[in-house]
Write a protein that binds this ligand. Structure first.
Ligand SMILES: CC(C)(COP(=O)(O)OP(=O)(O)OC[C@H]1O[C@@H](n2cnc3c(N)ncnc32)[C@H](O)[C@@H]1OP(=O)(O)O)[C@@H](O)C(=O)NCCC(=O)NCCS
Length: 196
């Protein structure tokens, strides 16, 4: 059984085969996938295959809106294992996310990201969470800044295999120390530091 996470407006739960039509509806949009390093989905069968492989991994969640029949409208996930191209030390993870275009600009990604940060540090006991964005993706940059990520480094030659392109990628990080410091500051002052 996969974990289910909940925020004020969202349910974050595992992807299911029955979500293929919803996934295709939002992931076939050319404005979504390439900004995150993957190709737009070409048909519902492709979306189902993604659900059964990439989205079947631990810590990948469908972002579902409580006020929208709990239909998945995006995805968020922590990658816990690195690869030769993207090594990850023990206790570190990389966060990725996207939201369907009709739902942009409502703070849905930051709400899901904050819950994944909480889950990562409090439940999974992570030490660091990295999150990247391609140069020019100011929407993702903004989400990461609002959620407390800080600049770490830039990959000037990031090979994006699915797109067959090389891009400039900026990598941000949030550490367990940042997280717990912000949390205790919020507790003592009542201020929500993330809402910059
Ligand atoms: C990046 C993304 C997840 C943001 O999701 P979201 O739920 O809209 O997040 P927010 O509501 O906080 O909006 C983030 C910023 O996007 C910009 N934005 C929002 N809606 C927009 C729209 N319709 N058109 C252009 N820019 C928009 C705003 O600058 C906003 O920041 P601000 O309002 O705090 O200044 C979403 O745009 C997306 O899925 N993009 C494609 C995939 C992607 O880039 N994923 C991240 C890979 S690193």
């Amino acid at each position: 059984m996969k974990t289910v996470l909940e925020t004020e407006r969202l349910i974050l739960r595992g992807w299911e085969d029955e979500d293929a039509a919803s996934l295709f509806k939002y992931a076939s949009d050319r404005e979504v996938g390439p900004a995150a390093g993957w190709l737009p989905h070409r048909d519902e069968g492709y979306s189902r295959a993604v659900i059964r492989t990439i989205f079947a991994k631990d810590e990948v969640y469908a972002i579902c809106l409580k006020d929208y029949d709990e239909e998945p409208i995006g995805s968020i996930g922590l990658t816990l294992e690195g690869s030769p191209e993207r090594p990850l030390d023990r206790g570190c993870a990389e966060l990725g996310f996207w939201v369907g275009r009709p739902f942009w600009g409502q703070g849905i990604a930051p709400e899901a990201v904050r819950e994944m940060i909480r889950h990562g540090f409090e439940d999974l006991k992570l030490k660091k969470i990295y999150c990247g964005y391609f140069n020019g993706n100011n929407k993702s940059k903004r989400v990461q800044a609002k959620c407390g990520f800080k600049y770490h480094h830039t990959n000037t030659m990031c090979r994006v295999i699915m797109l067959g392109e090389t891009k400039v990628e900026h990598i941000n990080v949030i550490t367990d120390v940042d997280y717990w410091t912000q949390k205790s500051h919020k507790f003592y002052t009542g201020k929500v530091l993330q809402n910059l």
